[in-house]
Design a protein around this ligand. Structure first.
Ligand SMILES: Nc1ncnc2c1ncn2[C@@H]1O[C@H](COP(=O)(O)OP(=O)(O)OP(=O)(O)O)[C@@H](O)[C@H]1O
Length: 528
């Protein structure tokens, strides 16, 4: 049997083939987009943490993945209109019935693709977003979903290609898509080989077109891809408004040459204001253990308080309870004398809804050990994300504001880079600028230098010391005793979930009263 080339080439000019190809493309694309939106919703519902929602999402995925697509198409076209007469007008059209079936079936698969993306975004990123005062919707929109989407793109692309091919099943209800169009042509002339070859080539052309678009999207969203940054150069050349000199100098010193010692900016007799943030009798259990035991702790406006203590003593847990990233089991947390994230209940403190807590949390900034910048945003966007979301500032105003804050930490020339293009010390300085953008009343630092190489530590400590000199209220968990000695107004020693001793750096480092403090300080200095 000879392949009839002239017939095959002529078939490419057949309007019926292209009409069927257009119908196939339309059905595949619209159902894929709808399935993507629905799938994302189902994935978020499944991830929500609420048992009823997660179960409902789970049942949805189980059902629509389990039912064969062919069966679903026939059911929706033939059975549903009988059961629900109101749907007859819509579902009697094979395109509509196919669209519904492909959307439902595809959404179950896409939900799982999205869910793998959502799971890949670590809890630390969620905490960083929550610490900026984002409620759950903003957190999903700005932090989680954009990252999950990037991870999910290859899987979503696969789904599109499957969907395109699955449209052939809709021919069972007489929808004239590409495969059925081919069948109708060769049933008249028996040129099966040539017809199917042409139909196959058209399918491949559609898949190639889609793959090209997918690759372009992936490249566009890939922040790790090396690229020339025109905006970076523009940012470097843009004039930056003057900033508080001490912090700017400290940042710059850190940026260019990390000095061997940290400046001593603390005034001799600090004018401390009223209590800003306070924990009263706070207890917290984790993993069945009591991590915090009736802790009483308060920081005054303008005060720099350094928390020290052995590993596992509960310092980070206390910080996280103070800004309600962790809920407490007993006691109270007060912000400006107001309950922070709780109201009194008969059986103990009752957590406020996340939306209300988010508003309060913006007044308490937090800097994390591992920086937790958002990898899909530039340095400047990391800093301006919260002010742009919460304030009514224009893009230009936010940029100006962000550049000023970056100048404060010596990072304005890196404004248009992505976090992965910076050293650890630089990332931490950006994280500090991001926190400052909230104009918080107090900043919590959770071991801000312990993830850094030793030569990068001072550039971060310089920035924190400069903020201390400006009167910023700070609680700092740190193992940097030299820094604590120079910058802290008060040093607090924690052990086994309790505060054992606190006092001025002079008293704590030269004449600690508690034997456990002496032991700890001796062990630390031996370590040095
Ligand atoms: N989610 C959790 N589940 C169970 N235990 C936890 C959890 N988070 C922390 N812990 C435990 O709580 C204790 C206190 O941890 P925390 O991180 O507050 O200590 P830390 O004083 O900050 O220590 P380090 O200086 O090493 O960071 C540790 O024993 C830790 O293993």
């Amino acid at each position: 049997m000879q392949f009839d080339w002239s017939y095959a080439i002529g078939l490419f000019a057949d309007g019926g083939v292209w009409r069927a190809a257009a119908a196939t493309l339309l059905l595949a694309t619209v159902s894929w987009v709808l399935a993507g939106i629905l799938g994302l919703g189902v994935a978020l519902v499944k991830q929500s943490g609420f048992r009823v929602s997660s179960r409902t999402g789970g049942v949805y995925v189980w059902f629509f993945r389990g039912v064969p697509l062919l069966l679903l198409i026939i059911f929706i076209y033939n059975a549903v209109p009988q059961a629900i007469p109101a749907s007859r007008g819509f579902l009697s059209n094979p395109f509509n019935a196919g669209l519904v079936a492909l959307t439902l079936s595809g959404s179950a698969y896409m939900a799982e693709v999205f869910r793998s993306g959502l799971k890949a975004v670590g809890p630390e990123q969620r905490d960083a977003g929550r610490a900026l005062g984002f409620g759950s919707r903003a957190l999903q929109r700005f932090v989680i979903v954009p990252q999950a989407f990037r991870i999910a793109i290859p899987g979503l692309g696969n789904e599109y290609v499957s969907n395109l091919k699955n449209t052939s099943l809709v021919s069972v209800i007489s929808f004239v898509e590409l495969t059925l169009a081919g069948q109708r042509i060769y049933s008249l002339n028996f040129r099966i080989l040539e017809t199917l070859t042409v139909i196959g080539i058209v399918y491949l052309a559609m898949v190639t077109l889609f793959s090209t678009l997918q690759n372009q999207l992936e490249a566009r969203l890939d922040v790790w891809r090396p690229r020339k940054s025109r905006r970076a150069r523009a940012a470097a050349e843009a004039p930056v408004a003057p900033v508080a000199p001490a912090a700017a100098e400290a940042g710059r010193a850190g940026a260019e040459t990390a000095p061997a010692t940290v400046p001593a900016p603390r005034p001799a007799a600090p004018p401390l204001g009223p209590v800003v943030l306070e924990a009263r009798q706070v207890s917290k259990n984790l993993g069945g253990r009591e991590i915090l035991r009736k802790v009483d702790f308060a920081v005054r406006r303008g005060e720099v308080c350094v928390l020290i203590g052995p590993s596992g003593s509960g310092k980070s847990t206390l910080l996280r309870c103070l800004n309600r990233l962790l809920t407490i089991d007993a006691g109270t947390v007060l912000l400006d004398d107001e309950p922070f994230g709780y109201r009194a209940g008969a059986t103990g403190p009752r957590p406020e809804p996340e939306r209300r807590v988010a508003d309060q949390r913006r007044r308490v900034g937090m800097v994390f050990q591992r920086f937790e910048l958002f990898p899909h945003y530039t340095v400047l966007d990391n800093v301006t994300l919260a002010p742009r979301h919460f304030g009514s500032v224009s893009r230009a105003q936010a940029r100006e504001y962000g550049l000023r804050l970056l100048a404060k930490v010596g990072m304005e020339t890196h404004a248009d880079k992505y976090p992965h293009q910076l050293s650890g010390g630089q990332q931490q300085r950006v994280a500090i600028a991001r926190t400052l953008a909230l104009e918080p009343e107090v900043i919590l630092f959770d071991e801000p230098t312990s993830a850094l190489d030793p030569e990068l530590v001072n550039e971060v400590l310089n920035v924190i010391a400069a903020l201390a000199a400006e009167g910023m209220t700070m609680i700092i968990v740190s193992h940097e005793m030299g820094f604590a000695r120079r910058v802290a107004h008060r040093v607090v020693f924690m052990d086994e979930g309790s505060i054992l001793e606190e006092g001025s750096p002079q008293q704590m480092f030269t004449a600690p009263t508690h034997s456990r403090t002496r032991q700890f300080l001796a062990a630390i200095s031996h370590g040095d």
